[in-house]
Design a binder for this molecule. Structure first.
Ligand code: SF4
Length: 685
């Protein structure tokens, strides 16, 4: 290339973010820099469209000022404003080895804990060589599901086992779509297209959400349900369906276990009683039951929003029981969109090698890690922490507890990240990780049936390395010399999926074309239609509306409602932001302003709060300062502020996560973010 000319080309890629859609991307690269990110047609579900945040913020995420380019070591105290000095990779690996070895010598290997969630959703970056490394070490194993997604997943599994639910594109054929706890325009963008196609053919759309979200504005009905009351609504709908003669006894007898017991539990929830608990009108509930009874196909589109409370698992189990009771499964576009990603034949044991861990290695809920550091949770203390694929300061409940834990004087912390985050400021050593544009990876969608492969679009920025290579080097430094620690990225991809599955039709994942998406069908050819081409894989082979496993493990054989009480009057929701995915992109200037708090006009007037006021939002756990946005989009008694804000947006104070409780949901011991209660008052100037 002659001097003065730049190289500009386009490369295929895939969005790695925590989003069910998994868009295919076209990346414009100039002089080894990502300068533009657009949608591509490689994935037939995402059809060339991406959300604004990925299009706008990704180039700066990869190349901006807060990008981590070199290994760093802490100089001085931890926390906001922490100073680091640049070091080389050899020194960084030596420091990690020395620090973690010291912890293991003094306290044993379980005193080391990874703290990772799902920053990138590529199977290699999210959990492959890293898991092999920690398993070989004998480090504490962490359960990631309780942070997000695990409650919903366990609810689905207790009912259906590993059977995937209805693929979302089939919604185009539905007569009724019930969007339940799913802010589709922010968190499931491409589903809006299927909704619009169905509407064009005359379908009705119902939205169940405490807020009048965008999709609700064009819906035929919006139920502004009180958070945590989904199980009551589902029970009342079941009882009302029975009254309408809408129970499909033939389907129930053939395909379900426990349907009569479920109805016994549902009947006491009369429309009037349920409507009061749910905060909706009785006639609205009756109308919804009738619409659901009359429609075929009728489809429930279930989001993650309703899992984030103490009744979350039972709410999802109860609503997923409705299409069983009403016999809505077995047809294209019917049933429920739930755990669709189960269509992908993953072989996680082969990829992550849990067999390398010493027998009896403990496994802990990741929400307990701060307590294991500061001694408030029983168990051997954690003294070596390895944070990667996660920004716990921004995302954990009870933010002050997390900050206290990260400041523990005996804690040695390693960070591995793309960005200098709030959490990295608490690390002794930081290892710079590649963004997904800088390495190959395999991307199974969790909300569709498609799998895609991507190759690096640009070389690593600075001295950053892919997660797989970082943990390969760490394994070598720790003397882990089994062949599995030398597996290449291609070999890891081929260990990620079941090569013998007819769904792969003999194709190796490492050779999947990068300009297409591979559809996971039922058996290699038939489209996935639950109860027609795929079936429950529970112990009974049926949908278990009454579940012995849930009863044994969690104490809820049948769904149940537990009222939640608090001394604080307002429920506090923290939904997804349209500027961030979880906390990712929180470094972008678009997220600089102090976050808003949505509050209903009645609640605002009672507190003499006007639009644009600075307000103090507080409860027994902490407080934060937000900007009031007075709106009737949220129901009275609730306030809402988007999740994932960084500390700088609170002037160095605490974010809204400081108010999140750390009690657990009914399934999976999941986080109960939406059980936060608070009071709000104007900040006197
Ligand atoms: S975050 Fe979701 S909608 Fe946005 S580009 Fe990624 S996969 Fe697509």
């Amino acid at each position: 290339m002659p001097d003065g000319q730049s190289s500009r080309h386009q490369a295929a890629s895939v969005c790695p973010l925590d989003c069910p859609d998994t868009c295919s991307l076209t990346v414009t690269v100039e002089d080894d820099r990502v300068v533009e990110v657009r949608g591509s047609d490689a994935n037939p579900i995402t059809e060339g469209v991406v959300c604004n945040k990925v299009a706008r913020y990704y180039p700066a995420f990869v190349h901006g000022e807060t990008r981590l380019r070199h290994p760093l070591r802490l100089v001085g105290p931890k926390g906001p404003g922490a100073r680091f000095e640049r070091i080389g990779w050899d020194e960084a690996l030596d420091l990690v080895h020395a620090g973690l070895s010291r912890v293991i010598e003094q306290h044993g290997p379980e005193a080391v804990s990874p703290l990772a969630y799902a920053g990138p959703h590529g199977m290699l970056a999210m959990g492959s060589m890293d898991m092999r490394f920690f398993h070989q070490m004998g480090a504490t194993r962490i359960e990631r599901g309780p942070m997000c997604g695990g409650v919903k997943s366990e609810a689905h599994m207790t009912l259906f086992g590993g059977m995937p639910g209805t693929p979302p594109e089939q919604a185009a054929d539905a007569e009724l779509i019930v969007v339940w706890g799913n802010n589709v325009t922010v968190s499931n963008l491409h589903f809006t297209r299927a909704i619009n196609r169905a509407k064009a053919k005359g379908a009705r759309v119902v939205v169940i959400d405490p807020k009048r979200i965008k999709v609700a504005e064009q819906a035929d009905m919006h139920l502004a349900l009180k958070p945590g009351s989904d199980v009551v609504l589902a029970f009342a709908l079941a009882a009302e369906l029975e009254r309408l003669g809408g129970i499909d006894e033939a389907f129930c007898a053939r395909w379900t276990v426990g349907w009569r017991e479920f109805l016994d539990a549902a009947r006491p929830w009369t429309v009037e009683r349920a409507a009061e608990i749910c905060g909706i009108l009785p006639d609205t509930l009756r109308t919804l039951a009738r619409w659901y009874h009359d429609a075929a196909p009728a489809l429930l589109a279930v989001g993650n929003g309703l899992e984030r409370n103490q009744n979350g698992g039972n709410g999802i189990r109860a609503l997923l029981s409705l299409p069983c009771l009403a016999g809505k499964w077995g047809v294209r576009g019917g049933g429920a969109i739930s755990k669709v990603g189960a269509a992908v034949p993953k072989t996680l044991d082969k990829l992550q090698r849990p067999d390398l861990a010493p027998e009896g290695t403990r496994s802990v809920n990741m929400l307990d890690v701060p307590g294991l550091i500061d001694g408030t949770v029983a168990g051997a203390p954690v003294r070596g922490l390895f944070i990667y694929n996660h920004n716990p300061v921004a995302m954990f409940p009870d933010q002050q507890a997390m900050l206290r834990a990260l400041s523990h004087p005996e804690l040695f912390t390693v960070g591995c990240e793309v960005q200098m985050t709030d959490s990295m400021a608490y690390c002794d050593v930081i290892l710079p990780a590649c963004s997904h544009f800088e390495h190959d990876d395999l991307f199974p969608a969790y909300g569709t049936t498609y799998v895609q492969r991507a190759e690096a679009a640009i070389p690593p920025v600075g001295e950053a390395l892919p997660n797989t290579e970082i943990f390969r080097r760490l394994a070598a430094r720790f003397g882990y010399d089994a062949p599995c620690f030398r597996a290449t990225d291609s070999e890891l991809m081929d260990e990620a999926l079941d090569l013998d599955s007819p769904k792969l039709a003999g194709r190796r994942p490492s050779a999947f074309p990068v300009d297409g998406a591979v559809n996971m069908t039922a058996d290699g050819s038939a489209e996935i239609v639950p109860f027609a081409t795929v079936f429950p894989s529970t112990p009974s082979g049926k949908a278990e509306l009454s579940s012995d496993s849930a009863g044994t493990r969690r104490g809820f054989t049948l769904p149940a409602f537990r009222p939640f009480t608090s001394a604080y009057p307002l429920g506090l929701l923290t939904p997804s932001s349209d500027k961030r995915t979880n906390s990712l992109f929180g470094n972008d200037p678009a997220s600089d302003p102090t976050p808003e708090l949505e509050i209903h006009p009645e609640d605002a007037a009672r507190r003499r709060i006007s639009i644009g006021d600075r307000v103090r939002v507080f409860n027994e756990l902490g407080e934060t300062i937000l900007i009031a946005r007075v709106t009737d989009r949220i129901r009275p008694g609730l306030v809402s502020s988007d999740k994932g804000a960084w500390l700088r947006t609170a002037g160095g104070g605490l974010t809204v996560n400081a108010l999140m409780p750390n009690h657990r949901a009914d399934l999976c011991e999941g986080a109960c973010f939406n059980d936060a209660r608070c009071e709000v008052e104007p900040v006197s100037s």
